[in-house]
Design a protein around this ligand. Structure first.
Ligand code: GLA
Length: 388
């Protein structure tokens, strides 16, 4: 059943709009967006779809088609995170409620809403399914409220919803990519200046995403630990480099000079960040000169760094990456997203994609006894709203 028909069945009227907001994959620049760094994500052709209409009152009634669950909450007591009966909002409803809360904080007009949504972004796989939900609702409320905000601004409202309302201390990359995606392109995004440019993906290549099937429940605490290690590194390095504000301000050469002064673990975390930011700059140059081999080598180097220095990989992700070395047509592979499970991203010569996918599935099953879900993806446009 599609969302438009379900909407009509539930609310006995037509929706006023359809919103779409994609998930994302990150090609390079991992765990640097909370260090003012450079990232290189792409929106993918898997998305959240929302059918919605505004109401004249302050009631929001939403139906999550995939979960077959509904919720009703009021816009005047969003802080309390409860539904209309005073029960705690279910986990999934905190994302749209958080977006409404964040938009209100900004002083923007937020209308009551009736909505039905569905998603084909795999959940918990590191492909930003929650950012896609946030951006879809923010884009819908922007249209219903009649105000304007560009993609980066919308992403920041959504990031605040995630950081403060949902309570996950993520950076800006995921919401940014969902809001600003450009078909066929990666997005070179400077998370400090908030400037960005689309960078064409090499012609004749395919983006293959492979899900390890591993999900770690400690992801949030481990993520926050990594953030705090980066902050500690900055504090300690300020003794030698008093002007630095974040790891973005340190070049690999400066880091080599002072890393000896840091405790081993902090030094490893910071080394990943400093060198990963440099890798993104090199990767942009590789894209500009259409050098898929150089780009792929940077992906492999990024994975090794996430595995050995940042320590956010798991053996299953390492296996997925190692298998690609023996497979035809693969330029590069690495884990994508926060890590601790989830997916790898593989840049593959398009004509070898089928053979590559078959080989990866067979190899993974043989080495781990697990099936891998593989998605052949294309870089897609960011969020859009169609009024009906
Ligand atoms: C998660 C966060 C992002 C980013 C990545 C790691 O996806 O939401 O902000 O920090 O992890 O690069």
């Amino acid at each position: 059943m599609d969302i438009q028909n379900t909407f009509t069945q539930i609310f006995s009227k037509q929706p006023a709009l359809l919103a779409r907001a994609p998930g994302r994959v990150n090609l390079l620049g991992e765990h640097v967006d909370y260090n003012d760094g450079l990232v290189l994500p792409a929106a993918i052709d898997r998305a959240v779809y929302l059918a919605a209409a505004g109401t004249g009152d302050s009631t929001v009634t939403l139906h999550a088609l995939d979960l077959k669950e509904s919720v009703t909450f009021k816009l005047e007591n969003l802080e309390e995170k409860v539904d209309i009966n005073g029960q705690p909002l279910p986990g999934w409803a905190r994302y749209p409620a958080g977006v409404a809360w964040s938009l209100q904080k900004e002083g923007l007009r937020v209308t009551g809403m009736q909505g039905v949504f569905t998603s084909d972004v795999p959940i918990g796989a590191g492909l930003s399914s929650s950012a896609a939900v946030e951006v879809a609702f923010a884009a819908a409320w922007r249209t219903l409220g009649g105000w304007e905000a560009d993609g980066v601004t919308l992403a920041r409202y959504c990031q605040r919803a995630e950081n403060v309302y949902v309570g996950v201390n993520s950076g800006l990359m995921d919401q940014f990519a969902s809001a600003n995606g450009v078909a066929g392109h990666a997005l070179y995004f400077d998370t400090r200046s908030l400037e960005w440019e689309p960078a064409p993906l090499p012609p004749g290549t395919a983006l293959v995403i492979a899900d390890s099937g591993v999900r770690r429940s400690l992801t949030t605490s481990a993520y926050n630990e990594r953030r705090s290690a980066c902050e500690q590194a900055v504090e300690m390095l300020k003794r030698f480099l008093p002007d630095i504000k974040s790891l973005r301000d340190i070049s690999p050469t400066e880091f080599a000079a002072y890393s000896i002064e840091l405790p081993r673990e902090i030094s490893k975390r910071a080394e990943h960040v400093v060198k990963e930011i440099a890798r993104v700059e090199s990767a942009l140059n590789a894209l500009k000169r259409n050098d898929s081999h150089a780009f792929g080598a940077l992906m492999y180097a990024g994975h090794a760094s996430l595995r050995d220095l940042y320590e956010v990989s798991v053996p299953e992700l390492d296996t997925l990456v190692e298998l690609t070395r023996e497979l035809p047509g693969c330029y590069g592979a690495r884990l994508t997203g926060a890590g601790f499970g989830g997916c790898t991203i593989n840049l593959v010569k398009a004509e070898f994609a089928d053979e590559f996918i078959a080989g990866l599935k067979a190899g993974y099953l043989q080495k781990t006894g697990r099936e891998t879900q593989v998605y052949l993806c294309h870089a897609s446009d960011g969020a859009s709203v169609t009024t009906l």
